[in-house]
Ligand binder design. Structure first.
Ligand code: PEP
Ligand code: MG
Length: 586
């Protein structure tokens, strides 16, 4: 008989970073891996210990097989082969025998016996000189962590991917995100993060609600708990009551009606009231987004972050990459797709490439630095992009350049790749556009030198802001200082726009600032030609552009030069926005 007492409603307040509402059970991803203790066992319970291990192995196998099916469906069978290795590790009879022996002889719990044995294997692999074999330690680590969590019962009731879930975690790194079965994820509720952390960016790309800075949820919530996640109000409500649910349903209906008005215009050209074209493009990370992008009203893909495809399958061959990029290009043709070459490093870590942790990853081996240091990877990617470019209009853009020298080096590698392909008798289109991201102050300060070497510039304000003001984009404690309207950031943007204009090339913005509707007037006033934003924001940004006059925006940009306060600058731009499209803020 079920209890007549409804469960107590409990609310956490965090920061909303991606709109929408979801009502579902949660799946708690524990990121801290606590090593098991060396607990002794009662004599005679050895068999029970081994039964626990067998149960955990069986659930892990089911979980891995589910992942394998998803991967095979999305990317073909070869990408899912990695999971074959994981299943083989799981089923290794020597490991089982040795674990049993330790349990029996040392009278210790199976958690400790299994974990210690797997650690020995990881250490042995890490010490090998062969790169391929050394990297296999990650496979053993992945399998071990899964088994340990099932042994502790953390996931046993709700193995991943069986039903739609709201993912609860401390933080989600890009490599965590690529491992999720995203078709079953309804939202993200995270303890840390910010509007420009990659989990938030991905949530917006996938049109999922997300709330960050929900302190304590990983401790308090358990997989299987029911919650309502409010991506507008920044709330997480555990055991929402019938009244709460009814209130949200009503709100959702009203929001949908309002959204319909903006969506109706989404395929109209993105011209200001006075007829100036401001190209509104989409930012994207996954192939599965391409259908939504094509229907979003986006006039191009202004930023395709290729690191995510890489993290999904780090061993992809040139052929596989060319096919994947080709799918993206074909899905948008004849519209342009701008591929950003790998921006690995920082928080987008491929553990295989950075086995030694860096003391300061955001100032370390990241973006174009890593690509120029790993020409094997870089050339594989560039050759695949050049081959795929026959399917449509393509831009190739280099991330994290600190000055023109890196642009010249990267272009030289690209030219080598084109020459090699031509010599092999493979077609390489001539009209590929080359761009550089301006996201480091040194690049903005020398934008004139860079602009002379490329076809377009794209302002990556997520990083430009963090590097200019020296505020970590992911750090809660300094979040208040992370202000895109800081005069220093605006001066660097303005400097880059002027350099591009003088060189006669296009200049866009693909950082999250581009989708900040209060700042659209200022962006147009500063002279940007393109705004690339999350797919969910396309209709709204276009709606805003279509209601603005360039003259009014330029006057605003002029007035802002006399302001020293970021909040005041934002307020001035918001006032222009309010005059022209107040309905977007209702
Ligand atoms: C940026 O820095 O603004 C950007 C678009 O790149 P990412 O957010 O991927 O670092
Ligand atoms: Mg960046």
């Amino acid at each position: 008989m079920s209890s007549s007492h409804p469960l107590q409603e409990k609310t956490w307040i965090g920061t909303a970073v991606s709109q929408g509402v979801a009502h579902a059970v949660v799946h708690v991803l524990k990121d801290h891996f606590d090593e098991p203790d060396e607990d002794t066992i009662e004599p005679g319970t050895e068999a029970h210990q081994m039964e626990r291990l067998h149960a955990a192995l069986a659930v892990t196998a089911r979980e891995i097989e589910a992942l394998q099916r998803v991967m095979a469906g999305e990317h073909g069978s070869s990408e899912s082969e990695i999971f074959e290795t994981h299943l083989l590790i799981l089923q290794d009879s020597t490991i089982l025998k040795q674990t049993e022996k330790t349990v029996r002889e040392q009278q210790v719990c199976v958690d400790w016996a299994y974990y210690k044995l797997m650690c020995k294997h990881m250490d042995a692999l890490r010490g090998l000189s062969d790169t391929y074999l050394r990297e296999r330690f990650l496979d053993v680590k992945d399998v071990t962590h899964r088994v340990m969590r099932h042994l502790r019962g953390e996931l046993l009731d709700h193995p991943m991917f069986d039903e739609p879930v709201i993912v609860v975690a401390h933080d989600l790194t890009p490599s965590d995100t690529v491992q999720l079965d995203r078709s079953k994820v309804l939202g993200f509720a995270l303890e840390t993060g910010s509007a420009v952390s990659h989990a938030a960016i991905i949530a917006r790309s996938l049109a999922l609600p997300a709330v960050v800075r929900l302190h304590g949820i990983c401790e308090d919530l358990h997989s299987g708990d029911t919650v309502l996640l409010d991506g507008e109000g920044g709330l997480l409500i555990q055991n929402p009551s019938a009244e709460t649910l009814a209130r949200y349903r009503l709100r959702e209906e009203q929001a949908e009606r309002r959204e319909d008005v903006f969506q109706m215009e989404r395929h109209q050209p993105s011209l200001t009231r006075c007829g100036t074209a401001i190209c509104v493009g989409a930012n994207a990370e996954f192939i599965e987004e391409m259908k939504i992008v094509a229907d979003s009203g986006a006039e191009e893909v202004g930023l395709f972050r290729t690191e995510f495809l890489h993290l999904e399958n780090p061993d992809a061959t040139e052929d596989q990459l060319a096919t994947a990029y080709g799918k993206v290009i074909k899905s948008q043709a004849p519209k342009r797709v701008v591929f950003r070459t790998l921006d690995l490093g920082g928080d987008k870590v491929d553990e295989r490439l950075s086995v030694d942790p860096e003391p300061n990853p955001f100032l370390g081996w990241r973006g174009i630095r890593l690509s120029l240091g790993r020409l094997d990877l870089f050339k594989r990617q560039l050759r695949a992009l050049l081959r795929a470019a026959v399917h449509g209009r393509v831009g190739i853009m280099f991330p994290m350049v600190s000055g023109v020298q890196e642009v010249l080096e990267a272009k030289a590698v690209l030219n080598d790749c084109a020459d090699e392909l031509t010599a092999e008798g493979i077609d390489v289109p001539d009209e590929i556009e080359i761009g550089a991201m301006i996201e480091i102050p040194s690049a903005a300060l020398t934008a004139d030198l860079i602009a002379a070497e490329v076809d377009f510039l794209s302002l990556g304000t997520n990083d430009l802001t963090q590097y200019t003001i020296a505020v970590d984009r992911l750090n809660d404690r300094v979040a208040k200082l992370y202000q895109t309207t800081h005069p220093a950031v605006l001066r660097l943007i303005s400097m880059s726009v002027k350099a591009a204009r003088t060189a006669g090339i296009r200049v866009g913005m693909c950082g999250e600032m581009a989708s900040d509707l209060a700042l659209t007037p200022l962006m147009i006033g500063l002279g940007l030609n393109e705004l690339s934003v999350a797919t969910t924001q396309i209709a709204r940004v276009k709606y805003a552009v279509r209601r603005l006059e360039v003259q009014e925006c330029e006057a605003l940009a002029q007035a802002v030069q006399a302001c020293s306060c970021p909040t005041e600058i934002r307020a001035l731009s918001r006032a222009v926005a309010d005059r022209n499209y107040p309905e977007l803020f209702e």
